[in-house]
Ligand binder design. Structure first.
Ligand SMILES: [Zn+2]
Length: 103
């Protein structure tokens, strides 16, 4: 796998995240609340979130997300997550789905 976009087109993003976070992240991207800051073929940095409404509607704070692919190894960080507990959160889901569906 040589690009992050190809990775997400082949991966089941729902498996990376808790079902609730997959639902919330899907709502965030469907409402257009993902903004790419910088992107290479194997890295992306983006803002996600900052919408009004309930969590289920994609509402919540805006967070900065970094995703990186090294070989077949995906790594991620969201500024909303504590360092020791870096789950694939709703913001990571939103950015991953954005990339998957981008041109
Ligand atoms: Zn997050």
């Amino acid at each position: 796998m040589d690009s992050l976009q190809e990775y997400f087109r082949n991966a089941d993003i729902a498996v990376l995240a808790l079902p609730s976070n997959f639902t919330y992240g899907t709502a965030i991207v469907e409402r257009g609340a993902v903004e790419i800051i910088a992107r290479t073929s194997t890295t992306v940095e983006a803002w996600a979130g900052g919408l009004e409404g309930t969590v289920r509607q994609g509402g919540g704070s805006r967070r900065r997300v970094q995703l990186r692919l090294s070989g077949d190894q995906l790594s991620w960080h969201c500024t909303g997550n504590p360092k020791a507990h870096d789950i694939f959160c709703k913001h990571c889901v939103a950015v991953a789905l954005f990339l998957k569906n981008a041109e």
